[in-house]
Design a protein around this ligand. Sequence first.
Ligand SMILES: Cc1ncc(COP(=O)(O)O)c(C=O)c1O
Length: 417
Amino acid sequence: MQSTLAYAQQLDKEDTLSHFRERFFIPQKNGKDVVYLCGNSLGLQPRTVSAYIQEELDKWQQAAVLAHHDGKNPWMYYHKLFTAPLAKLTGALESEVVCMNQLTVNLNLLLVSFYRPTATRYKVLMLNPEFPSDVYAVQQQAKFHGFNAQDAIVEVAPRLGESYIRTQDMLAAIETHKDELALVMLSAVNYYSGQLLDIETISKKCCEHKLIFGLDLAHAIGNVPLKLHEWNIDFATWCSYKYLNSGPGGVSGIFIHEYHHANMDIPRFGGWWGNSESIRFLMQKEFVPMQGAEGWQQSNAPILSMAAHMASLNIFEQAGMENLRKKSLKLTAFTAFLLNEKFKNSTQKVEIITPESPEERGCQLSIRVAENGKELFQKLMQQGFICDWREPDVIRIAPVPLYNTFTDVWNFSQALL
Ligand SMILES: Cc1ncc(COP(=O)(O)O)c(C=O)c1O
């Protein structure tokens, strides 16, 4: 690799996915495209989104309630359009996924079903740091079951002076606490460090001790290939507004492993959209949940936000997750190389805290800036480099293979220091 603009431009020329950038609106600053490195927070808008939403607005305008059953993509079954693409992105059977609600809402619904504490087994193993929403959800669920939230969460943290967790430490923690754990609840890609956990190995350990293993895929879906079914994950949920580019507050999805589908004793919150399709409109009192993930639905589908999601998923279908991952590995490795070249010659204490190994990370790189990090972040933003800041000392960037270029990250590396 070379740290020159010419080399970055050459990589862009060789990039067979480069034309996908044209499918997105790139925000502007002072008449120029910004360098958008924030797809780990909110992905860019696909140019097709408004047409997809307009199509549903037209149906509403022209057919209104009849659009639930008639015409193209009737709303009654709209969520089913998402099953195949989401199953592909998560490595699931189609019966294992459904598109619904928002991430934290879904996490709470899944905890209702899969966090089943007893007097001796009530603890939840989580990583520290974990995204606060997940922590709040678990804390409140523990409280709801009558436990002390502080006591109910077992935190595993990176070793002193290290920035991400060693798999061996995660496995050791599971082993140590196995008899008191009701659940292992992790983010597949950590929001702070960008670490991609060795989910398969952790899952094997959970299976060995018959522990329920749940995943938050907010930073993983559309970023790294997933095999939830094969890895025997019990449940998972995600959002669609980061790497899936489906718009602010975009609709979420859930995964529930097939081996839970026949078990009707699993407690769940009920709602009419989870009720069996054949009797949903009979307005009976009896709740007969659908088999599979669809049986966890609550409400009828939010069609307008789901239309945006469909526009984006179609781009993923065309690009292919494997191709995207291939480019992502190259793009993030190039970014890390450029940054490290800069850091070598800098007097500032700056370092990448994301794992170096490509198998242990997705797009994101987290840059720890020991002094005046926030000022540096603000300077970058003013210059049109859109990244984000995470307290206490990290600038996060995510070169996204669908719309970022090798020249983007070269420009960022020049502006950083
Ligand atoms: C890892 C993780 N979990 C949960 C959430 C909360 O998502 P929502 O507001 O969609 O519930 C986020 C939001 O960024 C996140 O990054």
